[in-house]
Design a protein around this ligand. Structure first.
Ligand code: E4P
Length: 216
């Protein structure tokens, strides 16, 4: 399973990249706004820090506008993945870009039928939003399960990029179902390392080690 970090904060991306566990980055217009950075500049910096796909989202709503923005964004670096919304124009853009060999992440997916359309349009990644689905009274994890089943039925190569992950249990459930990628906020990734018994265990071992009076 690949781990992407869902942020545009350079310090957080560096910290995650240093663990050696980071396979890519996702950003969106809200995360860029939160960072307070220039979109092009920060995307370039992220692409230099991480070898894997870095999603940069278009903001145009029409196909021509999306293509124009994608043209600018894909010049930033070879690992830029163009993020388009799951709309008719978004999928037209996905089809055109993926036919030219550009990576595309289709975002804002809230149904398995939408995911089927994105796969048919040649998306490299489909981003179902688990947390937002749950927030609205739907079952985000069931959505991942349905998409996995459909993609396996037809051997689609589009990777399921579980997004809007809010806590470690979401990740655990996605991993059990077989989502290809999970994009998580830095806080969730940090929590994955933690267990109270690990901390307690270290404490106990160090206390006993001190009694030996030895050093390594
Ligand atoms: C990732 O590509 C999405 O933009 C992100 O996971 C959305 O998460 P949110 O619902 O927490 O904003």
């Amino acid at each position: 399973m690949k781990f992407f970090v869902d942020t545009a904060e350079i310090a957080d991306i560096k910290e995650m990249a240093d663990t050696g566990l980071l396979d890519g980055v996702t950003t969106n217009p809200s995360l860029i706004a939160k960072s307070g950075r220039d979109f092009m500049e920060v995307t370039k910096e992220i692409c230099e820090l991480v070898d894997g796909p870095v999603s940069a989202e278009v903001v145009a709503l029409d196909h021509a506008g999306m293509m124009r923005e994608a043209e600018i964004l894909r010049k930033i670096a070879d690992n830029v993945c163009i993020k388009v919304p799951l709309t008719v124009d978004g999928l037209k853009t996905c089809k055109a870009l993926s036919s030219e060999g550009t990576m595309v992440n289709v975002t804002l997916c809230f149904s398995a039928n939408q995911a089927l359309l994105a796969a048919k349009a040649g998306a490299s990644f489909i981003s179902p939003f688990i947390g937002r689905h749950d927030d609205n009274g739907f079952d985000g994890i069931q959505l991942i399960e349905d998409i996995r089943l459909i993609y396996d039925n037809y051997a689609f190569e589009t990777e399921i990029l579980a997004a809007s992950i809010r806590h470690p249990i979401h990740l655990l459930q996605c991993a059990k179902i077989g989502a290809d990628v999970a994009t998580m906020p830095p806080s969730v990734i940090k929590n994955l390392f933690k267990h109270v018994l690990t901390e307690k265990g270290i404490e106990g071992f160090l206390a006993d080690w001190a009694k030996t009076g030895q050093s390594i």
